[in-house]
Ligand binder design. Structure first.
Ligand SMILES: Nc1nc2c(ncn2[C@@H]2O[C@H](COP(=O)(O)OP(=O)(O)OP(=O)(O)O)[C@@H](O)[C@H]2O)c(=O)[nH]1
Ligand SMILES: [Mg+2]
Length: 400
């Protein structure tokens, strides 16, 4: 029988590196049939590395068979037939399975592997229904596989409680370090229309008219959004309703001047910014220059809506990174029931959550300091053992 070509996989950071390994391992006769870029490694879904997995075909070495050497004077080299197309196709299929096996379950769908316990399939569905990202789902499923025996998996309620606790452990609530330098400068940045201006007013109202016994603070509001008359007017009117100081500035110099003028007479100065598409990097850079005037002590918060897609949130977080935001404010919680997208993005980018907002009116009622339990109670399809989770997590976070 003719020797068969066989197939192997090679994994390396780049295709060129794969080619080098193939040449080194099998010589010039081997060739790469196809390749795929995958992410592997990492810790808790972080620091993953992209790798190329290549399928390599290694044709047989054609050794002349001495028993078939013709006796004739003009010897002909013996051609070993290459494997037929059917054989190659079969091998490609085997190879496909081999690559899949290397990659583990499909990270896009995170379908648990065949023959998986029914509880894990259900858990995967519950996580997906709540918009958790594929890598977050994978992390939770892997932990469940590791920490639950097949028998323990039969108790789905117990599994859910544990999973809620694991999710809770991955949510970081912002721990606002006090006491604050006077005046505090609070800056909100974020994409267009997410509720920055509204949230600035809610924060101003919370500081100015605290619902608890804390001291009333003297608050000023500044907008750098002078290009859109309506936007400046919006904050102006809200400031008037709050009986709060308000000014619109054109550039960094003006901002610096106005901040200096207010440094003795205000406890807190809230800066509202122009909504920017995270893709508009030139404008983002301009805005960053203007905000330099706020100084290194400014508390910058990134604002985005709870209903944004996971990928968009991650992209927004990445693009606003140069602003050095300390924590995140998630708005419009009242508009969605799914929060897995938010939890996954915060966990994967290791950013703490400071506030959530849940309604249009600019009053303290519609903004809350973030709490882990608050987010966990909002997950759909998860039955909550409150007592147990309350022993571990709190509803409220820090104090503004
Ligand atoms: N349902 C709901 N709507 C909100 C919330 N916060 C803000 N909004 C609404 O979202 C819309 C946009 O709010 P703005 O505060 O103007 O948003 P912005 O980020 O300042 O927008 P730009 O300045 O245009 O970038 C308004 O209709 C707000 O009433 C919230 O927590 N829940
Ligand atoms: Mg605005």
């Amino acid at each position: 029988m003719a020797p068969e070509a066989y197939i192997d996989t090679v994994q390396a950071p780049t295709l060129d590196e794969c080619k080098r390994i193939v040449r080194e391992r099998y010589g010039e006769r081997a060739y790469i049939l196809n390749h795929k870029t995958v992410k592997s490694g990492g810790f808790l879904g972080l620091f993953k590395q992209a790798n190329v997995v290549a399928a390599v075909v290694i044709p047989p070495i054609r050794v002349p068979d001495p028993t078939k050497q013709p006796q004739a004077v003009t010897p002909k080299p013996v051609e070993q037939p290459l494997p037929g197309i059917g054989e190659i196709l079969d091998q490609i299929k085997v190879l496909g399975d081999k690559i899949e096996a290397n990659l583990g379950p499909d990270p896009r769908t995170q379908v648990p592997t065949k023959g998986e316990h029914e509880a894990l399939v259900r858990l995967s569905d519950d996580l997906e229904r709540n918009d958790f990202s594929p890598s977050f789902r994978r992390e939770i499923l892997e932990r469940a596989r590791r920490e639950f025996s097949l028998e323990a998996l039969n108790d789905y309620e117990e599994l859910q409680q544990k999973v809620l606790a694991w999710i809770g452990e991955r949510i970081e609530v912002y721990n606002n370090p006090g006491p604050h330098k006077r005046p505090r400068i609070i800056v909100l940045v974020g994409p267009t229309g997410v509720g920055k201006t509204t949230t600035v007013c809610k924060l101003a109202a919370t500081l100015k008219y605290p619902e608890d016994n804390s001291e009333k603070q003297n608050v000023s509001m500044i907008t750098i959004d002078v290009y859109r008359i309506a936007a400046a007017r919006q904050l102006g009117e809200l400031a008037k309703a709050l009986e709060s100081d308000f000014i619109a500035v054109n550039d960094g110099d003006e901002l610096k001047k106005e901040l200096a003028l207010r440094s003795d007479s205000f406890d807190a100065i809230l800066v509202d910014t122009i909504g920017r598409s995270p893709r508009d990097s030139v404008e983002l850079a301009n805005m960053k220059n203007v905000l330099e005037a706020c100084g290194p002590d400014a508390e910058v918060y990134l604002t985005f809506t709870a209903s944004a897609k996971y990928r968009d949130i991650v992209e927004t977080m990445r693009q606003f990174e140069p602003f050095g935001y300390r924590a995140v404010i998630v708005t419009k919680l009242d508009e969605t029931k799914q929060l897995g997208n938010v939890i996954s993005a915060l966990a994967e980018r290791a950013k703490p959550l400071a506030f959530v907002t849940n309604g249009q009116p600019c009053t303290p009622r519609y903004i809350q300091e973030a709490g882990i339990l608050h987010l966990l109670t909002n997950l759909e399809g998860f039955k909550l053992d409150r007592e147990r989770l309350e022993a571990q997590f709190t509803y409220g976070g820090f104090r503004l």
